[in-house]
Write a new protein. Structure first.
Length: 363
């Protein structure tokens, strides 16, 4: 039996998020057969809308960055890891849009973390090309994601659809209000537990996110000035590096670069991430979560970076639509929670408090 929520979400992904047009070629990718109900609804809507779907299900060793194939990453030789598929790249070049449905597999748990940045460097052109398309990434309420979030499947389903099937026009209006208040901002300062970080954003665009790239969505982000960031930050939540869980992350910045890093758990993976390429130690994003439907940590970055009352301060690749120039094979959205139950905190813009303990002072 078809879940009508999948029908509604598929319509949002195809007709709202990527705004598919008749004749569009659409790369449709998932990393799990469990996502099949939504996958088929999206597939159907692409066809019904006059598009041409290019489906990839479960195993794809060539896409890179997102959805690395765990079998390939475990058994491939170094020579194979350095292989770049021109065939897959040419297919991506031919696409007009890209839709990814993640199932929250264990991905690369148990794989040597130093193999991950090697593969990411090789496949970086695929990411660069994909970002030129109309694209959206989502997840699906699978048993694995529910387990990671500490919820029963039915509870997680309600949580997931509650975060996705919202009034996106209302979310846009909220973000417009925040953007107006931040107009002309030069320096963003984040204060909190073991955190005092100053980020330069003068001349950079504040980009609104209301369902066009991620689903669920709900964030605003800057691409920081590449040589400005100074101070330190202790993140609240662990980061999932393709299945490698890194916890207790602390970073210190000087003149835009990470000069010291530490992790309570999986220091080797954090070091491998930051050493992927020169851009991995420079901030690519500074963002504010705004989705009221996401209130708790789930262990899935796509949700957690949107938690209302959080920031994510992201070493790695910058999105050019915000004026960023930093290039990297990584984009590590690591989350700091500023709500009182997590130690509280403040966001200041040019010395004035605009958010305190996770609540905007002007909304």
């Amino acid at each position: 039996m078809v879940d009508l929520r999948d029908v509604e979400l598929a319509d949002i992904l195809v007709n709202y998020s990527v705004k598919m047009r008749p004749g569009d070629k659409v790369c449709l990718l998932t990393d799990s057969v469990v996502t099949r109900p939504l996958f088929l609804e999206v597939y159907k809507r692409i066809i019904m809308g006059g598009g041409y779907p290019y489906p990839h299900m479960e195993l794809d060793p060539h896409i890179g960055f997102e959805g690395m194939d765990p079998i390939w990453m475990k058994y491939a030789s170094d020579r194979q890891l350095k292989y770049f598929s021109r065939t897959r790249f040419n297919e991506m070049k031919a696409m007009n849009a890209y839709i990814r449905i993640g199932g929250g597999t264990e991905e690369l748990t148990g794989v040597d973390p130093e193999r991950i940045p090697l593969r990411r460097r090789v496949t970086r052109p695929m990411l660069t090309e994909r970002l030129t398309k109309r694209w959206v990434a989502t997840r699906y309420p699978t048993p694995n994601l529910a387990k990671t979030a500490g919820m029963k499947l039915k509870e997680f389903e309600d949580f997931f659809y509650g975060a996705c099937l919202i009034d996106w026009d209302k979310q846009k209006q909220k973000q417009m209000t925040i953007k107006e208040r931040l107009k002309g901002a030069k320096v963003i300062q984040i204060l909190g537990a073991e955190t005092d970080l100053k980020i330069g954003v003068a001349g950079r665009k504040l980009t609104l996110c209301y369902g066009k790239k991620n689903m669920p969505d709900g964030e605003l982000y800057y691409a920081p000035l590449e040589t400005f960031t100074n101070g330190y930050i202790k993140y609240t939540y662990p980061y999932n590096y393709n299945g490698q869980k890194i916890d207790g992350i602390f970073l210190r910045f000087k003149h835009g670069k990470v000069i010291y890093h530490n992790a309570v758990k999986n220091q080797k993976a954090l070091t491998a991430l930051l050493n992927t390429d020169p851009g991995s130690r420079v901030l690519g994003e500074a963002a504010f979560g705004t989705n009221e439907g996401i209130t708790k940590f789930t262990g899935e970055t796509l949700f957690d970076e949107k938690i209302n009352g959080t920031v994510h301060i992201t070493p790695g690749n910058a999105y050019p639509d915000s004026g960023g120039k930093n290039k990297s094979a990584n984009h590590a959205d690591i989350v700091k929670d500023l709500r009182p139950e997590f130690g509280g905190g403040e966001i200041l813009v040019d010395g004035e408090v605009i958010q305190k303990n996770g609540k905007w002072t002007f909304i």
